[in-house]
Design a protein around this ligand. Sequence first.
Ligand code: ADP
Ligand code: NI
Length: 219
Amino acid sequence: MSIDSAVIDRAISYIQNFFAGDSSGHDAFHSLRVYKTALAIAERENADQGIAALAALLHDVDDAKLSPATCAGKENAAAFLRREEIPEEIAARILHIIDQVSFRGTDSVIPDTIEGKCVQDADRLDALGAIGIARTFAYGGSRGRALYDPAILPALGMDEAAYRAHVAPSLNHFYEKLFLLKDMMATQTGRAIAEKRDAYMHTFVEEFLAEWEGIPGSS
Ligand code: ADP
Ligand code: NI
């Protein structure tokens, strides 16, 4: 499906305006990185680039954390697609992808389209690596969460309801979500990039925990 480049430009302006002032790691640059990565994966996986592009750009405008009131009906993305006169069948495909993208603990789904797999992998890759580390602590700060508290252990095996209701120090997020993502990647391309970013995060968490103990010889 070829999507007019003017539509893509307006989608970019829309998210820049929508996420202006976000300090939770979900600013417009996040959606732009997901867009760029989703297109690169789509090219390698022979997926429809137009569908992947619009789904990537719009994937967080009805997110459960960021816009809980519109999450179920995807009203923000649907309204944008209607304004742009995207044919209904194409719009439905895009909204379906957006619905499947988000991490839901043990209720997470593997998208049933190749374009959905590309966008989900791209979104998850942006949760990993150096940027993923930065976003995790930005998100925690935006919600008033501690960096770490050794007395609060990570909660494993959460379903969607438990995951959404869960409040914990940011470091726990590595065990509760980020270290799980490598094995949840849906494309070969995504998996290869995820492995490198996962290794980097493990090194970071090891160093964090070592520094937490103070320098050797201190008490
Ligand atoms: P998803 O919908 O799959 O959760 P997002 O695009 O909304 O993906 O981005 C999720 C990112 O937001 C996380 O990877 C992390 O950086 C941050 N985040 C979300 N929830 C938490 C949390 N409970 N603690 C720390 N960071 C979080
Ligand atoms: Ni996202």
